[in-house]
Design a protein around this ligand. Structure first.
Ligand SMILES: [Zn+2]
Length: 183
């Protein structure tokens, strides 16, 4: 159901452009330590499970303080990458969602996107045990009118009530980008 997004060039192009905008904002803020201007210090990442999309959309937006003696690096906010995780954020979210739904195609998806069972279990545990305990979720929970039992599937379904499927996924990626906790 969601797997079309995982290999869609258009979808990744959109994520990439969104990250470009987020990077612009990070640059405008300057160095978070000393407030000096920052220089662009982008680098290529090698996210797993991407096939042909890797080369076009793997550039990670990063900055470096221009002041000698500081040179603090600043990673731009991103909806493609969650911190230093080696998979694309959207893979982590959507493959986890399909796992909740026990998609019969899951094995195929795992091999297609090169995700091993150990990683899947780690993701499942993160959603099951860690995500519900975050301040982020506790706050949001109070604003929802219904219970969510399965993450991320149930949460995605709620977002889809008010948004198209595509927009619901983007919204979730933005929300997770704001979550300052490791995945
Ligand atoms: Zn600085």
């Amino acid at each position: 159901m969601y797997h079309k997004y995982l290999s869609s060039k258009n979808f990744f192009e959109f994520l990439y452009k969104t990250d470009q905008d987020l990077a612009k904002k990070t640059k405008e803020k300057g160095c978070r330590i000393c407030g000096s201007k920052v220089h662009v210090a982008n680098y290529m990442r090698k996210p797993r499970g991407v096939g042909d999309l890797a080369d076009d959309f793997s550039l990670c937006f990063s900055f470096c303080c221009s002041r000698d003696g500081c040179r603090k690096r600043a990673l731009a906010q991103s909806i493609r990458f969650f911190g230093r995780a080696v998979y694309w954020g959207v893979h982590m979210v959507l493959i986890s969602a399909m796992l909740n739904g026990r998609s019969p195609e899951l094995k195929k998806i795992m091999s297609e996107f090169n995700v091993d069972i150990k990683t899947l279990k780690r993701w499942r545990q993160w959603w099951k045990d860690f995500f519900p305990t975050t301040k982020f979720w506790k706050k949001l929970k109070g604003e929802l009118y219904e219970e969510v039992e399965l993450f991320p599937q149930g949460f995605l379904m709620i977002l889809q009530k008010y948004n198209s499927e595509n927009d619901a996924i983007i919204k979730l990626l933005h929300l997770l980008n704001g979550l300052k906790e490791p995945i």
